[in-house]
Ligand binder design. Structure first.
Ligand SMILES: Cc1cc2nc3c(=O)[nH]c(=O)nc-3n(C[C@H](O)[C@H](O)[C@H](O)COP(=O)(O)OP(=O)(O)OC[C@H]3O[C@@H](n4cnc5c(N)ncnc54)[C@H](O)[C@@H]3O)c2cc1C
Length: 438
C-alpha cells in the first residue's frame, strides 16, 4: 500500500492526528499535512514533498512521548509507525528494527536473546532509542542507545544514508541521545543484542507514607550495595482510600535462582518490615509479568501530564518536596517514581547522551475527565520546579520542555549537536526540542 497523505480538513485527518499521540490529552496543535509512510521510499518521497512545499517535519514512531513533541502547528507530521520490521541474526547477536516496532525485549525471548527495551510494551523503539532508553536491565547494559551500532536515516535533503562508527559517525553520535531534537528520519536501527537472563525474580514492599523518611533513608543506604541486575523503584501513590502509600519494586534479571536470592536478600533484611503493609521478598516471575505490572500504572486512553529530574541529593533534602508531592497527588494511578539508576558515566561511548545521575524522579499525573485538566495539567511541572535546586538535569524520556526548560545534555554536547544539525539540516527541515529556538 502506498503512503497516505491527509491534508488538514480531510475526513480522516482528525482521527490520524489524535492517534499520533498516545496521551489521551491530545495537544491543540495542527500540522498542515499528515503523511503515513509504509516504507523507507515513502519517507524519502515525504521529505521531498516537505522540501518542495517548505514544510517543517515532526516525526512520529510509537507516539508515546507524553508531550507529543512531533505534533506541531503547521508543517508535516510524518508518521513512520508502520515501519515496524524486526530482523534478528541470532548467530551474530544483532537485529535490524524499524522505528515503529514495540516490545523488543519480549520479541527476542524465542531466540534466547535480549535487548534493554522499554518497560512498557507499547513504547516505540524510534523515540525510545533516540532519547537514551532506560529499559529492562538498563543498569547492566546502560542507556539503550549505547547498543545502537548503526542507523539508516533519511536526511533533510531526502538522501537515505547509513551511519555507523566509520560513515557519518557524527550522525550516529547525535542519534544516541538527542531524542526529539534529532534532525533526520531514522527508518532502521541496527542493534547489538545480549544473552537473555535465564531467571527473573521480583520483590515488592508496601509501606504507609507516614514512615517515608525511614523508607527513603534506608533505600539510599542500600542502593550503593545492590547488584546492577536489580532495578529498585519506589512509587508514591494513593491507595483505594485515597491515602498516600509507598510501593517498592525490585525486579532482578539474572541467570539463576541462587543469584536472585543473593541480589534480593536486602529486601528480607529491610529493618522496616514490621511496618510494611505487604511483603513479597523474592518471587519468580516472567518478563510478561513485569510488563503487566508496569502497564497498571499507564492506562491507555487516560490523560497525562509528566515531568522529571535527575538528582543525587540526600533523602533529607528531597523529603520536603516528596511530602508536597504526596499531599497534592491526583488519584491513583498518578504517582511519583523514584528509580535507582546509579549509572557509570565513565563507561559510556562518545554520544550525545550525557546527563544522568544516581536517582531518577518522575512525577506522573493521570486522570480521565477533561474537566480535571486545569486542576492536574500543571501539577508535575509545579512540583518539579519546587525541587529544581536539587536537580542535575532531566531525562528526555519524560520531557516536558514545552512547559519547563531544563538541562538534558551537557553544554558541550548541545553545542556539537547544533553544529552537526547545521551541516545535515541546513534548511531546518526538522522540528527540534519544543521551546527551543532551533
Ligand atoms: C507508558 C509509557 C511508558 C514508558 N516507559 C519508558 C521506559 O521504560 N523507559 C524509557 O526510557 N522511556 C519510557 N517512556 C518514554 C518513551 O520512551 C519516550 O517518550 C519515547 O520518545 C517514546 O518513543 P515513541 O517512538 O513511542 O515516541 P514518539 O512520540 O513517536 O517519538 C518521540 C519523539 O522522538 C522523535 N522521533 C521518533 N521517531 C523518530 C524517528 N524514526 N526518526 C527521527 N525522530 C524520531 C520525534 O521528535 C518524536 O516526537 C515511556 C512512555 C510511556 C507513554
Amino acid at each position: 500500500m502506498p503512503e497516505v497523505v491527509l491534508e488538514r480538513g480531510a475526513a480522516a485527518y482528525e482521527q490520524a492526528r489524535r492517534d499520533a499521540v498516545w496521551n489521551g490529552r491530545t495537544p491543540h496543535r495542527y500540522p498542515d499535512v499528515i503523511v503515513q509512510a509504509q516504507t523507507s521510499e515513502d519517507v524519502i518521497t515525504a521529505v521531498g514533498l516537505a522540501a518542495r512545499k517548505d514544510l517543517r517535519i515532526g516525526v512520529r514512531s510509537g507516539g508515546h512521548s507524553w508531550a507529543g513533541n512531533h505534533l506541531r502547528d503547521g508543517g508535516m507530521l510524518l508518521d513512520v509507525s508502520r515501519l515496524d520490521q524486526l530482523e534478528v541474526d541470532p548467530d551474530a547477536m544483532t537485529a535490524v528494527v524499524g522505528p515503529g516496532f514495540k516490545g523488543i525485549a519480549g520479541a527476542l525471548q524465542p531466540y534466547g536473546l535480549f535487548f534493554p527495551g522499554g518497560h512498557d510494551l507499547d513504547v516505540g523503539v524510534g523515540g525510545y532509542l533516540l532519547q537514551g532508553g532506560f529499559g529492562w536491565n538498563g543498569r547492566v547494559h546502560g542507556p539503550a542507545c549505547m547498543s545502537v551500532e548503526a542507523i539508516d536515516v533519511v536526511t533533510g535533503d531526502g538522501e537515505l544514508v547509513h551511519a555507523d562508527e566509520h560513515h557519518h559517525s557524527d550522525l550516529l553520535w547525535a542519534a544516541r541521545g538527542s531524542g526529539p531534537g534529532f534532525f533526520g528520519v531514522v527508518v532502521a536501527f541496527h542493534l547489538r543484542l545480549y544473552q537473555a537472563p535465564k531467571h527473573i525474580a521480583s520483590s515488592l514492599l508496601r509501606f504507609p507514607f507516614e514512615i517515608a523518611e525511614d523508607v527513603f533513608r534506608w533505600v539510599q543506604e542500600v542502593t550503593p550495595t545492590l547488584a546492577r541486575e536489580v532495578e529498585l523503584s519506589l512509587f508514591v501513590h494513593r491507595n483505594e482510600n485515597g491515602e498516600p502509600e509507598i510501593t517498592l519494586t525490585a525486579p532482578a534479571l539474572v541467570d539463576s535462582a541462587t543469584e536472585a536470592a543473593e541480589a534480593l536478600a536486602f529486601v528480607s533484611e529491610c529493618p522496616l518490615l514490621a511496618n510494611a503493609l505487604e511483603i513479597v521478598p523474592n518471587s519468580e516471575v516472567s518478563l510478561s509479568d513485569l510488563y503487566a505490572g508496569v502497564a497498571g500504572f499507564y492506562p491507555t486512553g487516560a490523560r497525562y501530564a509528566v515531568d522529571n529530574m535527575w538528582t543525587h541529593a540526600r533523602a533529607s533534602e528531597l523529603l520536603p518536596g516528596i511530602r508536597k508531592i504526596a499531599e497534592t497527588l491526583p488519584p491513583y494511578p498518578s504517582a511519583m517514581m523514584w528509580n535507582h539508576w546509579g549509572g557509570d558515566a565513565s563507561s559510556r561511548p562518545p554520544m550525545a547522551f550525557s546527563v544522568e545521575d544516581e536517582t531518577y524522579l518522575a512525577v506522573y499525573g493521570v486522570w480521565n475527565d477533561p474537566a480535571d485538566d486545569e486542576r492536574y495539567a500543571t501539577w508535575p511541572e509545579e512540583r518539579m520546579r519546587e525541587m529544581a535546586h536539587l536537580s542535575t538535569g532531566i531525562q528526555l524520556a519524560d520531557e516536558n520542555l514545552g512547559r519547563r526548560p531544563a538541562r538534558f545534555v551537557s553544554d558541550e554536547n548541545l553545542a556539537r549537536l547544533d553544529e552537526i544539525r547545521a551541516r545535515y539540516d541546513p534548511a531546518g527541515r526538522f522540528h527540534s526540542w519544543m521551546a527551543s529556538t532551533k
